[in-house]
Design a protein around this ligand. Structure first.
Ligand SMILES: [Zn+2]
Length: 113
């Protein structure tokens, strides 16, 4: 139920921003959910729809961007793409990887009227 609490937090943020922007309605949300964040995009989309009911973002289009995981390998000193946390370096097989991206969970953009 990770997605439900994330969706509730996102919609709360959207509500605050809509009020601050004096917007009557939110028409589109763009979310950035990294592939390493352990969030299921389909489940999140559904949870956002449910969380938005009765508020300014009800019925808003939801676009979800899923940036791939990137890490820096300390062994071969290369930036590499990784599919999961704890993955080994695809170049040298090393395990000393520092995650650099792909674990974000954020509201990237919103469109209001
Ligand atoms: Zn390496």
């Amino acid at each position: 139920m990770h997605e439900v609490s994330l969706a509730n937090a996102l919609i709360e943020l959207v509500r605050e921003q809509a009020v601050a922007a004096k917007a009557s309605r939110v028409t589109r949300l763009v979310l950035e959910i990294g592939t390493l964040s352990h969030v299921d995009a389909h489940a999140l989309r559904f949870a956002v729809d449910v969380a938005a009911r009765g508020g300014p973002a009800e019925g808003a289009a939801v676009d979800i961007l899923e940036p791939e995981g990137t890490a820096y390998c300390l062994d071969c000193e290369t930036s590499v793409a990784i599919a999961a946390r704890g993955a080994l370096c695809p170049h040298c097989g090393g395990a000393k990887l520092l995650v650099q991206g792909g674990d974000e969970m954020r509201l990237k953009e919103m469109e209001v009227v």
